[in-house]
Design a protein around this ligand. Structure first.
Ligand SMILES: Cc1cc2nc3c(=O)[nH]c(=O)nc-3n(C[C@H](O)[C@H](O)[C@H](O)COP(=O)(O)OP(=O)(O)OC[C@H]3O[C@@H](n4cnc5c(N)ncnc54)[C@H](O)[C@@H]3O)c2cc1C
Length: 291
């Protein structure tokens, strides 16, 4: 591992000053569960690590009148333990529980998972289903970008080298909702997804299913054809669920790698989609509604 200088700014403005000074020689670190691995393996060799963990402004889950802000240093275990997030965004909580193990979850952040932009990142599909916005701050001010646009490719985002993500904001649901995140892994222990599916259901008058995937596309992807079918059917029986699952499998374009073949991933997407839709329909009414 190459030597680097550790910077520990204490405010967002100090972070931005530090990034301005070091340009593309710097790398931001939150929980470090990706960054430290990359440094050890010399996958990344920055001259400066800008550690955000001393910045109080980046800590906490804030429930506002019509949205929730998950700030940049919020760990997966904090999400799992938060009553509001359990109530309103169950699929996000399930994705956090499906991630790694309790020790890693104590360090790993939701925002770090999104910024790493790895196709197998567990946070991405639920955040896409909940239409979450990434909040970015840089020398020219702040901007908000949907997660689906923030990630521009494998390990690529629209973040500038002089910007950081300060948090993720999700609108509170105004109708009853249910959600389900299902992940296929090689063994019943710590592992990255072979494939995963997130399904959310917003009940109300205009019932809406949203389905997104993990580990089967280069960028965040929704199963738009499957969603259209489900959203247009008044009676969703097993036949409709099977059709939606096949449409979901048609939508993905996975690769073959050490974790699974392309063919296996496609089959798993169909099966996980089938189960996720069924579970959303089984969930009791009243779950997730804010107003
Ligand atoms: C043993 C092990 C098991 C794992 N299992 C899983 C798993 O099951 N599922 C999964 O999805 N991932 C897994 N991971 C990967 C990793 O834990 C996650 O991606 C994690 O959520 C990253 O969060 P972090 O806070 O540790 O990010 P960091 O390592 O601190 O940073 C990750 C990336 O995001 C950038 N970044 C972080 N915060 C910000 C910010 N606020 N603004 C701008 N850029 C930022 C960093 O520069 C870096 O590029 C695993 C890792 C390990 C070591």
């Amino acid at each position: 591992m190459r030597d680097f200088v550790l910077e520990r700014p204490r405010s967002i403005s100090e972070v931005l000053d530090t990034l301005q000074r070091h340009g593309n020689k710097a790398m931001v670190k939150s929980g470090g569960t990706d960054v430290i691995v990359w440094l050890h393996k010399s996958i990344k060799e920055p001259d400066y690590i800008v550690d955000l963990t001393a910045v109080e402004q980046l800590k906490g889950i804030v429930v506002n009148e019509d949205n929730v802000e998950v700030k940049a240093l919020v760990t997966l275990n904090e999400v799992i333990g938060d009553d509001s997030l359990n109530r309103y965004f169950p699929a996000l909580v399930q994705a956090c529980k499906a991630h790694s193990d309790p020790l890693i979850r104590n360090r790993a952040t939701v925002v770090g998972n999104v910024c790493a932009a790895v196709p197998s990142g567990d946070m991405i599909a639920p955040l896409v289903c909940y239409d979450a916005k990434v909040e970015i701050t840089g020398p020219n001010g702040s901007r908000k970008v949907p997660v689906s646009e923030f990630i521009t490719g494998p390990k690529r985002t629209s973040l500038g080298t002089d910007e950081i993500v300060t948090g993720i904001r999700i609108a509170l649901p105004v109708v009853e909702t249910s959600g389900c995140y299902l992940k296929a892994i090689r063994r019943e222990a710590l592992d990255i997804a072979q494939a995963a599916v997130c399904c959310t259901l917003f009940k109300g008058d205009n019932r809406e299913f949203r389905i997104a995937f993990c580990a089967v596309s280069a960028r965040p992807l929704r199963a738009t054809e499957a969603e259209k079918l489900l959203n247009s059917c008044s009676n969703i029986d097993d036949e409709v669920i099977d059709q939606a699952a096949e449409l979901a499998a048609d939508a993905v374009d996975p690769i073959t790698d050490v974790r699974a073949s392309r063919e296996y991933r496609v089959e798993m997407i169909a099966e996980l989609t089938r189960r996720a839709i069924s579970r959303c329909l089984e969930r009791p009414a009243g779950e997730g509604v804010h107003k």
